[in-house]
Design a protein around this ligand. Sequence first.
Ligand SMILES: NC(=O)c1ccc[n+]([C@@H]2O[C@H](COP(=O)([O-])OP(=O)(O)OC[C@H]3O[C@@H](n4cnc5c(N)ncnc54)[C@H](O)[C@@H]3O)[C@@H](O)[C@H]2O)c1
Length: 446
Amino acid sequence: MKRKEFIQTTAAGALAFLLPFPSSASGAKKKLRIAQVGLGSMGLNDLKDIASHPAVEVVALCDVDMNKINAVKATYANAKIFTDYREMFKNIANEIDAVVVSTPDHAHAPVSLLAMEMNKNVYCQKPLTHYISEARKMEAVAAQKKLVTQMGIQVHSFYDYKLATILIQKGIIGKVKKVIAWSPKVWGYDGPEPEGSDSVPEGVDWNLWLGTAKQRPYKEGFYLNGNWRKCIDYGCGTLGDMGVHIFDTPYNALQLGVPLTVKNECREPNSFGHAEKNHVTYVFPGTKYTAKTLEWVWYDGQGAPELQEELKLPNDEKLPDQGAMFIGENGQRLLLPHFMELPRLIVDNAYQLIDIKKFDAKSEAGKPTVSYDVEGQKHYHQFVDTCLGKAKCSAPFSYAAKLTEVILLGVIAARFPNQILNWDGANARFKEDEANKYLIGEYRSF
Ligand SMILES: NC(=O)c1ccc[n+]([C@@H]2O[C@H](COP(=O)([O-])OP(=O)(O)OC[C@H]3O[C@@H](n4cnc5c(N)ncnc54)[C@H](O)[C@@H]3O)[C@@H](O)[C@H]2O)c1
Protein backbone atom coordinates (compact mmCIF):
# COMPACT_ATOMS: atom_id res chain seq x y z
CA MET A 1 0.00 0.00 0.00
CA LYS A 2 1.78 3.07 -1.22
CA ARG A 3 0.69 6.58 -0.39
CA LYS A 4 1.07 7.46 -4.12
CA GLU A 5 -1.78 5.10 -5.06
CA PHE A 6 -4.05 6.86 -2.64
CA ILE A 7 -3.01 10.31 -3.74
CA GLN A 8 -4.23 9.62 -7.28
CA THR A 9 -7.72 8.94 -6.03
CA THR A 10 -7.93 12.06 -3.98
CA ALA A 11 -7.56 15.21 -6.08
CA ALA A 12 -11.25 15.47 -6.98
CA GLY A 13 -12.31 15.02 -3.38
CA ALA A 14 -9.91 17.68 -2.17
CA LEU A 15 -11.23 20.19 -4.69
CA ALA A 16 -14.81 19.51 -3.76
CA PHE A 17 -13.87 20.11 -0.16
CA LEU A 18 -12.50 23.54 -0.97
CA LEU A 19 -15.51 24.76 -2.90
CA PRO A 20 -17.01 27.91 -1.36
CA PHE A 21 -19.68 27.56 1.28
CA PRO A 22 -23.05 27.71 -0.50
CA SER A 23 -25.16 30.84 -0.26
CA SER A 24 -28.14 30.86 2.04
CA ALA A 25 -31.69 30.75 0.68
CA SER A 26 -31.85 34.56 0.66
CA GLY A 27 -28.77 34.66 -1.55
CA ALA A 28 -26.67 36.39 1.11
CA LYS A 29 -23.66 34.47 2.37
CA LYS A 30 -23.80 33.84 6.11
CA LYS A 31 -20.49 34.69 7.72
CA LEU A 32 -19.18 33.27 10.95
CA ARG A 33 -17.49 36.08 12.91
CA ILE A 34 -14.35 34.76 14.58
CA ALA A 35 -12.19 36.17 17.39
CA GLN A 36 -8.69 34.69 17.57
CA VAL A 37 -7.14 34.68 21.07
CA GLY A 38 -3.40 33.93 21.10
CA LEU A 39 -1.21 34.56 18.07
CA GLY A 40 1.88 32.53 18.88
CA SER A 41 3.20 29.71 16.73
CA MET A 42 -0.01 27.61 16.84
CA GLY A 43 -2.32 30.62 16.99
CA LEU A 44 -1.05 31.79 13.59
CA ASN A 45 -1.69 28.35 12.20
CA ASP A 46 -5.16 28.22 13.74
CA LEU A 47 -5.98 31.64 12.35
CA LYS A 48 -4.80 30.79 8.84
CA ASP A 49 -6.69 27.50 8.77
CA ILE A 50 -9.96 28.79 10.16
CA ALA A 51 -9.82 31.91 7.98
CA SER A 52 -9.34 29.69 4.92
CA HIS A 53 -13.02 28.78 5.21
CA PRO A 54 -14.90 31.06 2.82
CA ALA A 55 -17.67 31.70 5.35
CA VAL A 56 -15.32 33.05 8.02
CA GLU A 57 -14.76 36.68 8.83
CA VAL A 58 -12.02 37.48 11.35
CA VAL A 59 -13.42 40.28 13.52
CA ALA A 60 -10.99 40.36 16.46
CA LEU A 61 -7.36 39.57 17.23
CA CYS A 62 -6.25 39.30 20.85
CA ASP A 63 -2.77 38.68 22.25
CA VAL A 64 -1.01 39.93 25.37
CA ASP A 65 2.03 40.56 23.16
CA MET A 66 1.58 43.54 20.81
CA ASN A 67 4.48 42.28 18.67
CA LYS A 68 2.39 39.22 17.77
CA ILE A 69 -0.59 41.37 16.88
CA ASN A 70 1.50 43.78 14.81
CA ALA A 71 2.88 40.90 12.77
CA VAL A 72 -0.58 39.91 11.43
CA LYS A 73 -2.86 42.89 11.73
CA ALA A 74 -2.33 44.00 8.12
CA THR A 75 -3.62 40.64 6.87
CA TYR A 76 -6.84 41.04 8.86
CA ALA A 77 -7.25 44.77 8.46
CA ASN A 78 -10.90 44.84 9.59
CA ALA A 79 -10.26 42.97 12.83
CA LYS A 80 -10.41 44.88 16.12
CA ILE A 81 -7.36 44.54 18.33
CA PHE A 82 -7.15 43.64 22.03
CA THR A 83 -4.51 42.63 24.54
CA ASP A 84 -7.01 41.58 27.24
CA TYR A 85 -9.68 39.03 26.29
CA ARG A 86 -11.95 40.35 29.06
CA GLU A 87 -11.96 43.77 27.37
CA MET A 88 -12.69 42.12 24.05
CA PHE A 89 -15.79 40.40 25.40
CA LYS A 90 -16.86 43.50 27.31
CA ASN A 91 -16.63 45.73 24.23
CA ILE A 92 -17.58 43.68 21.21
CA ALA A 93 -19.24 40.47 22.43
CA ASN A 94 -22.21 41.07 20.15
CA GLU A 95 -19.91 41.18 17.10
CA ILE A 96 -18.45 37.71 17.77
CA ASP A 97 -20.00 34.32 16.93
CA ALA A 98 -17.10 32.02 17.79
CA VAL A 99 -13.73 32.16 19.50
CA VAL A 100 -10.50 30.31 18.77
CA VAL A 101 -8.34 29.88 21.88
CA SER A 102 -4.63 29.33 21.15
CA THR A 103 -3.06 30.57 24.37
CA PRO A 104 -0.72 28.61 26.67
CA ASP A 105 -2.57 25.82 28.50
CA HIS A 106 -3.19 27.69 31.75
CA ALA A 107 -5.38 30.25 29.95
CA HIS A 108 -7.51 27.79 27.94
CA ALA A 109 -10.27 27.43 30.53
CA PRO A 110 -10.44 31.05 31.73
CA VAL A 111 -10.80 32.34 28.15
CA SER A 112 -13.08 29.54 26.92
CA LEU A 113 -15.39 29.64 29.93
CA LEU A 114 -15.87 33.39 29.63
CA ALA A 115 -16.56 32.97 25.91
CA MET A 116 -19.08 30.21 26.58
CA GLU A 117 -20.77 32.20 29.32
CA MET A 118 -21.38 34.77 26.58
CA ASN A 119 -22.84 32.03 24.35
CA LYS A 120 -19.91 31.91 21.93
CA ASN A 121 -18.95 28.72 20.16
CA VAL A 122 -15.36 27.74 20.97
CA TYR A 123 -12.49 26.04 19.17
CA CYS A 124 -9.89 25.50 21.92
CA GLN A 125 -6.38 24.17 21.55
CA LYS A 126 -5.27 20.99 23.28
CA PRO A 127 -5.04 19.85 26.01
CA LEU A 128 -8.47 21.28 26.71
CA THR A 129 -7.45 22.55 30.15
CA HIS A 130 -4.70 22.72 32.73
CA TYR A 131 -6.79 21.18 35.54
CA ILE A 132 -9.25 18.28 35.56
CA SER A 133 -11.86 20.39 37.38
CA GLU A 134 -11.72 22.91 34.50
CA ALA A 135 -12.20 20.17 31.89
CA ARG A 136 -15.30 18.91 33.65
CA LYS A 137 -16.65 22.46 33.89
CA MET A 138 -15.99 23.18 30.21
CA GLU A 139 -17.86 20.05 29.22
CA ALA A 140 -20.80 20.91 31.49
CA VAL A 141 -21.12 24.53 30.30
CA ALA A 142 -20.87 23.57 26.63
CA ALA A 143 -23.60 20.96 27.11
CA GLN A 144 -25.86 23.20 29.17
CA LYS A 145 -25.65 26.01 26.62
CA LYS A 146 -25.69 23.66 23.61
CA LEU A 147 -22.69 25.34 22.09
CA VAL A 148 -20.59 24.14 19.19
CA THR A 149 -17.16 23.17 20.45
CA GLN A 150 -14.05 21.51 19.10
CA MET A 151 -10.65 20.78 20.62
CA GLY A 152 -7.59 21.51 18.48
CA ILE A 153 -6.54 17.94 17.84
CA GLN A 154 -6.59 18.41 14.09
CA VAL A 155 -5.21 14.94 13.33
CA HIS A 156 -8.53 13.58 14.58
CA SER A 157 -9.87 14.61 11.16
CA PHE A 158 -6.93 13.22 9.16
CA TYR A 159 -7.38 10.23 6.91
CA ASP A 160 -4.70 7.99 8.47
CA TYR A 161 -6.14 8.32 11.98
CA LYS A 162 -9.73 7.83 10.88
CA LEU A 163 -8.66 4.77 8.94
CA ALA A 164 -6.86 3.34 12.00
CA THR A 165 -10.02 3.86 14.04
CA ILE A 166 -12.10 1.94 11.50
CA LEU A 167 -9.54 -0.86 11.23
CA ILE A 168 -9.43 -1.34 14.99
CA GLN A 169 -13.20 -1.18 15.38
CA LYS A 170 -13.66 -3.68 12.54
CA GLY A 171 -11.40 -6.05 14.43
CA ILE A 172 -8.29 -6.09 12.24
CA ILE A 173 -6.23 -7.34 15.21
CA GLY A 174 -9.12 -8.72 17.26
CA LYS A 175 -9.75 -7.40 20.75
CA VAL A 176 -7.03 -5.04 21.92
CA LYS A 177 -5.27 -5.80 25.19
CA LYS A 178 -2.62 -3.07 25.24
CA VAL A 179 -1.59 0.18 23.59
CA ILE A 180 1.94 1.54 23.81
CA ALA A 181 2.47 5.15 22.73
CA TRP A 182 5.57 7.34 22.79
CA SER A 183 7.21 10.65 22.01
CA PRO A 184 10.88 11.48 22.59
CA LYS A 185 10.12 15.17 23.15
CA VAL A 186 11.35 16.67 26.41
CA TRP A 187 8.98 19.27 27.83
CA GLY A 188 10.42 19.01 31.32
CA TYR A 189 12.91 20.86 33.50
CA ASP A 190 14.80 19.75 36.57
CA GLY A 191 17.10 22.72 37.08
CA PRO A 192 16.80 25.21 39.90
CA GLU A 193 13.78 27.46 40.01
CA PRO A 194 14.84 30.75 38.37
CA GLU A 195 15.77 33.51 40.79
CA GLY A 196 15.34 37.26 40.40
CA SER A 197 13.68 38.81 37.40
CA ASP A 198 14.49 40.09 33.92
CA SER A 199 12.90 43.02 32.19
CA VAL A 200 9.78 42.01 30.31
CA PRO A 201 10.19 42.28 26.50
CA GLU A 202 8.71 45.44 25.06
CA GLY A 203 5.13 44.93 23.94
CA VAL A 204 4.41 42.03 26.34
CA ASP A 205 1.98 42.54 29.21
CA TRP A 206 3.33 40.03 31.78
CA ASN A 207 0.40 40.41 34.17
CA LEU A 208 -2.01 39.49 31.37
CA TRP A 209 0.21 36.61 30.23
CA LEU A 210 0.08 35.14 33.75
CA GLY A 211 -3.67 35.71 33.88
CA THR A 212 -5.32 33.54 36.54
CA ALA A 213 -2.15 31.43 37.04
CA LYS A 214 0.50 31.68 39.71
CA GLN A 215 2.40 34.98 39.92
CA ARG A 216 6.07 34.58 38.99
CA PRO A 217 8.58 37.25 38.03
CA TYR A 218 9.44 37.30 34.34
CA LYS A 219 12.62 35.37 33.43
CA GLU A 220 14.04 35.29 29.93
CA GLY A 221 13.96 31.86 28.26
CA PHE A 222 11.63 30.21 30.77
CA TYR A 223 8.10 31.03 29.71
CA LEU A 224 7.47 32.73 26.39
CA ASN A 225 7.47 31.08 22.96
CA GLY A 226 6.29 27.67 24.05
CA ASN A 227 8.70 27.20 26.99
CA TRP A 228 5.75 27.41 29.40
CA ARG A 229 5.08 23.74 28.45
CA LYS A 230 7.88 22.70 30.85
CA CYS A 231 6.41 24.59 33.83
CA ILE A 232 3.92 22.95 36.15
CA ASP A 233 2.04 26.21 36.67
CA TYR A 234 1.40 26.95 32.97
CA GLY A 235 1.81 23.78 30.87
CA CYS A 236 1.29 20.02 31.02
CA GLY A 237 4.69 18.61 29.98
CA THR A 238 5.17 16.23 27.05
CA LEU A 239 2.18 14.08 28.00
CA GLY A 240 -0.07 17.14 27.79
CA ASP A 241 1.58 18.30 24.60
CA MET A 242 2.00 15.15 22.47
CA GLY A 243 0.05 12.58 24.50
CA VAL A 244 -3.25 14.24 23.59
CA HIS A 245 -2.57 13.80 19.87
CA ILE A 246 -1.08 10.32 20.04
CA PHE A 247 -3.57 8.93 22.54
CA ASP A 248 -6.50 10.41 20.66
CA THR A 249 -6.90 7.61 18.08
CA PRO A 250 -6.61 4.68 20.55
CA TYR A 251 -8.94 6.53 22.93
CA ASN A 252 -11.51 7.12 20.24
CA ALA A 253 -11.15 3.76 18.50
CA LEU A 254 -11.44 1.73 21.69
CA GLN A 255 -14.24 3.93 23.09
CA LEU A 256 -12.44 4.31 26.39
CA GLY A 257 -13.77 6.24 29.36
CA VAL A 258 -11.68 7.07 32.38
CA PRO A 259 -9.06 4.71 33.81
CA LEU A 260 -9.23 2.70 37.01
CA THR A 261 -5.59 3.32 37.90
CA VAL A 262 -2.63 5.38 36.79
CA LYS A 263 1.05 5.17 37.66
CA ASN A 264 3.90 7.39 36.50
CA GLU A 265 7.47 6.13 36.77
CA CYS A 266 9.51 9.31 36.75
CA ARG A 267 11.89 11.35 38.90
CA GLU A 268 10.86 12.90 42.22
CA PRO A 269 8.76 16.05 41.66
CA ASN A 270 10.05 19.57 42.08
CA SER A 271 7.75 22.54 42.45
CA PHE A 272 8.61 24.16 39.12
CA GLY A 273 9.24 21.86 36.14
CA HIS A 274 7.56 18.77 34.74
CA ALA A 275 9.55 15.53 34.68
CA GLU A 276 11.80 15.22 31.62
CA LYS A 277 11.03 11.52 31.22
CA ASN A 278 7.71 9.84 31.99
CA HIS A 279 6.63 6.22 31.81
CA VAL A 280 2.93 6.17 32.54
CA THR A 281 0.75 3.08 32.85
CA TYR A 282 -3.03 3.31 32.83
CA VAL A 283 -5.50 0.46 33.32
CA PHE A 284 -8.94 1.00 31.77
CA PRO A 285 -12.08 -1.07 32.22
CA GLY A 286 -12.75 -3.14 29.11
CA THR A 287 -14.99 -2.04 26.25
CA LYS A 288 -16.44 -3.97 23.34
CA TYR A 289 -13.19 -3.40 21.43
CA THR A 290 -10.79 -4.46 24.18
CA ALA A 291 -9.85 -7.37 26.37
CA LYS A 292 -11.34 -7.49 29.87
CA THR A 293 -9.13 -4.57 30.78
CA LEU A 294 -6.93 -2.39 28.61
CA GLU A 295 -3.40 -1.45 29.54
CA TRP A 296 -2.21 1.81 28.03
CA VAL A 297 1.45 2.71 28.37
CA TRP A 298 3.05 6.06 27.54
CA TYR A 299 6.75 6.85 27.24
CA ASP A 300 8.23 10.30 26.72
CA GLY A 301 11.59 12.00 27.02
CA GLN A 302 14.98 11.43 25.48
CA GLY A 303 15.38 7.89 24.15
CA ALA A 304 11.68 7.07 24.49
CA PRO A 305 10.26 4.48 24.18
CA GLU A 306 11.99 1.77 26.19
CA LEU A 307 13.04 -1.08 23.90
CA GLN A 308 10.75 -4.08 24.20
CA GLU A 309 9.56 -7.08 22.24
CA GLU A 310 6.09 -5.63 21.58
CA LEU A 311 7.62 -2.68 19.73
CA LYS A 312 10.00 -4.71 17.55
CA LEU A 313 9.35 -4.11 13.86
CA PRO A 314 9.82 -6.57 10.98
CA ASN A 315 13.33 -6.64 9.47
CA ASP A 316 14.65 -4.79 12.52
CA GLU A 317 13.22 -1.60 11.06
CA LYS A 318 13.58 1.56 13.14
CA LEU A 319 10.50 2.51 15.13
CA PRO A 320 8.89 5.79 14.00
CA ASP A 321 9.96 8.71 16.15
CA GLN A 322 6.48 9.08 17.65
CA GLY A 323 3.42 6.85 17.45
CA ALA A 324 1.22 4.21 18.97
CA MET A 325 1.20 0.41 18.78
CA PHE A 326 -2.08 -1.46 19.31
CA ILE A 327 -1.54 -5.02 20.54
CA GLY A 328 -4.29 -7.59 20.13
CA GLU A 329 -5.11 -10.48 22.44
CA ASN A 330 -3.89 -12.80 19.68
CA GLY A 331 -0.52 -11.04 19.40
CA GLN A 332 -1.30 -9.22 16.14
CA ARG A 333 -0.32 -5.58 16.10
CA LEU A 334 -1.27 -2.32 14.36
CA LEU A 335 1.33 0.44 14.27
CA LEU A 336 0.11 4.00 13.87
CA PRO A 337 3.05 6.34 13.30
CA HIS A 338 2.58 9.98 14.27
CA PHE A 339 1.95 11.47 11.81
CA MET A 340 0.61 11.40 8.25
CA GLU A 341 1.62 7.80 7.68
CA LEU A 342 -0.66 4.87 7.04
CA PRO A 343 -1.26 2.35 9.82
CA ARG A 344 0.73 -0.89 9.40
CA LEU A 345 -0.51 -4.38 10.25
CA ILE A 346 2.08 -6.72 11.78
CA VAL A 347 1.39 -10.46 12.04
CA ASP A 348 4.06 -12.91 13.23
CA ASN A 349 6.62 -10.13 12.97
CA ALA A 350 5.93 -9.52 9.27
CA TYR A 351 3.96 -6.72 7.60
CA GLN A 352 0.68 -7.81 6.09
CA LEU A 353 -1.12 -5.98 3.32
CA ILE A 354 -4.36 -4.31 4.44
CA ASP A 355 -7.30 -4.60 2.07
CA ILE A 356 -8.73 -1.21 2.93
CA LYS A 357 -11.89 -1.69 0.85
CA LYS A 358 -12.76 -4.71 2.95
CA PHE A 359 -12.67 -2.65 6.15
CA ASP A 360 -13.83 0.73 4.82
CA ALA A 361 -16.20 -0.16 2.00
CA LYS A 362 -18.06 3.15 2.30
CA SER A 363 -14.87 5.27 2.44
CA GLU A 364 -15.84 6.59 5.85
CA ALA A 365 -12.23 7.55 6.47
CA GLY A 366 -12.60 10.03 3.62
CA LYS A 367 -10.04 10.72 0.94
CA PRO A 368 -6.44 9.73 1.55
CA THR A 369 -4.04 12.38 2.71
CA VAL A 370 -2.70 14.77 0.08
CA SER A 371 -0.75 17.29 2.12
CA TYR A 372 -0.79 18.82 5.56
CA ASP A 373 -2.29 22.01 4.14
CA VAL A 374 -5.35 20.23 2.76
CA GLU A 375 -5.67 17.77 5.63
CA GLY A 376 -4.99 20.36 8.32
CA GLN A 377 -7.94 22.57 7.38
CA LYS A 378 -10.53 19.80 7.73
CA HIS A 379 -10.85 19.99 11.49
CA TYR A 380 -11.30 23.78 11.46
CA HIS A 381 -13.73 23.72 8.55
CA GLN A 382 -15.72 21.05 10.35
CA PHE A 383 -16.04 23.42 13.32
CA VAL A 384 -17.14 26.32 11.10
CA ASP A 385 -19.61 24.15 9.21
CA THR A 386 -21.03 22.86 12.51
CA CYS A 387 -21.51 26.45 13.70
CA LEU A 388 -23.38 27.05 10.44
CA GLY A 389 -25.54 23.96 10.97
CA LYS A 390 -23.98 21.95 8.17
CA ALA A 391 -21.77 19.41 9.94
CA LYS A 392 -21.00 17.77 13.27
CA CYS A 393 -17.78 18.34 15.20
CA SER A 394 -15.82 15.16 15.81
CA ALA A 395 -13.85 16.40 18.86
CA PRO A 396 -16.42 18.41 20.86
CA PHE A 397 -15.76 19.22 24.50
CA SER A 398 -17.88 16.21 25.55
CA TYR A 399 -15.13 14.06 23.99
CA ALA A 400 -12.19 16.40 24.57
CA ALA A 401 -12.82 16.84 28.30
CA LYS A 402 -12.61 13.09 28.92
CA LEU A 403 -9.50 12.64 26.80
CA THR A 404 -7.91 15.60 28.61
CA GLU A 405 -8.90 14.18 31.99
CA VAL A 406 -7.05 10.96 31.18
CA ILE A 407 -3.95 12.86 30.10
CA LEU A 408 -4.00 15.09 33.19
CA LEU A 409 -4.33 12.06 35.49
CA GLY A 410 -0.93 10.95 34.18
CA VAL A 411 0.46 14.44 34.79
CA ILE A 412 -0.81 14.39 38.39
CA ALA A 413 0.64 10.91 38.89
CA ALA A 414 4.11 12.45 38.35
CA ARG A 415 3.67 14.04 41.80
CA PHE A 416 3.66 10.51 43.26
CA PRO A 417 6.37 8.67 41.31
CA ASN A 418 5.99 4.89 40.98
CA GLN A 419 2.79 4.84 43.04
CA ILE A 420 -0.45 3.40 41.70
CA LEU A 421 -3.24 5.96 42.07
CA ASN A 422 -6.86 4.76 42.02
CA TRP A 423 -9.28 7.01 40.14
CA ASP A 424 -12.98 7.20 40.96
CA GLY A 425 -14.27 8.73 37.72
CA ALA A 426 -17.89 8.87 38.87
CA ASN A 427 -16.97 11.15 41.75
CA ALA A 428 -13.90 12.77 40.17
CA ARG A 429 -11.72 11.80 43.16
CA PHE A 430 -8.59 9.79 43.79
CA LYS A 431 -8.81 7.16 46.49
CA GLU A 432 -5.45 8.57 47.65
CA ASP A 433 -6.69 11.82 49.15
CA GLU A 434 -3.31 13.59 48.99
CA ALA A 435 -3.60 13.62 45.17
CA ASN A 436 -6.98 15.37 45.12
CA LYS A 437 -5.53 18.82 45.71
CA TYR A 438 -4.01 18.72 42.20
CA LEU A 439 -7.40 18.43 40.51
CA ILE A 440 -8.12 22.10 40.88
CA GLY A 441 -6.08 25.30 40.63
CA GLU A 442 -6.20 28.48 42.65
CA TYR A 443 -7.16 31.37 40.36
CA ARG A 444 -5.20 34.60 40.82
CA SER A 445 -7.06 37.90 40.41
CA PHE A 446 -5.44 40.00 37.72
N1 LIG B 1 -2.76 21.18 17.78
C1 LIG B 1 -1.48 21.28 17.58
O1 LIG B 1 -0.91 20.61 16.72
C2 LIG B 1 -0.68 22.24 18.40
C3 LIG B 1 0.65 22.52 18.06
C4 LIG B 1 1.32 23.46 18.85
C5 LIG B 1 0.68 24.05 19.94
N2 LIG B 1 -0.60 23.72 20.24
C6 LIG B 1 -1.30 24.34 21.38
O2 LIG B 1 -1.51 25.70 21.07
C7 LIG B 1 -1.42 26.50 22.24
C8 LIG B 1 -0.40 27.58 22.03
O3 LIG B 1 0.88 27.00 21.83
P1 LIG B 1 2.06 27.78 21.09
O4 LIG B 1 3.11 26.81 20.77
O5 LIG B 1 1.48 28.61 20.00
O6 LIG B 1 2.55 28.74 22.28
P2 LIG B 1 3.27 30.16 22.14
O7 LIG B 1 3.89 30.45 23.43
O8 LIG B 1 4.09 30.17 20.90
O9 LIG B 1 2.04 31.14 21.87
C9 LIG B 1 1.09 31.50 22.82
C10 LIG B 1 0.55 32.87 22.44
O10 LIG B 1 -0.52 33.20 23.31
C11 LIG B 1 -0.33 34.54 23.77
N3 LIG B 1 -1.04 34.66 25.04
C12 LIG B 1 -0.67 34.24 26.29
N4 LIG B 1 -1.64 34.49 27.17
C13 LIG B 1 -2.65 35.09 26.48
C14 LIG B 1 -3.92 35.61 26.85
N5 LIG B 1 -4.37 35.54 28.10
N6 LIG B 1 -4.67 36.20 25.89
C15 LIG B 1 -4.22 36.29 24.62
N7 LIG B 1 -3.02 35.82 24.21
C16 LIG B 1 -2.26 35.21 25.14
C17 LIG B 1 1.18 34.70 23.86
O11 LIG B 1 1.58 36.04 23.87
C18 LIG B 1 1.61 33.97 22.59
O12 LIG B 1 1.58 34.81 21.46
C19 LIG B 1 -1.08 25.52 23.37
O13 LIG B 1 -2.25 25.14 24.04
C20 LIG B 1 -0.50 24.32 22.66
O14 LIG B 1 -0.68 23.12 23.38
C21 LIG B 1 -1.29 22.85 19.49
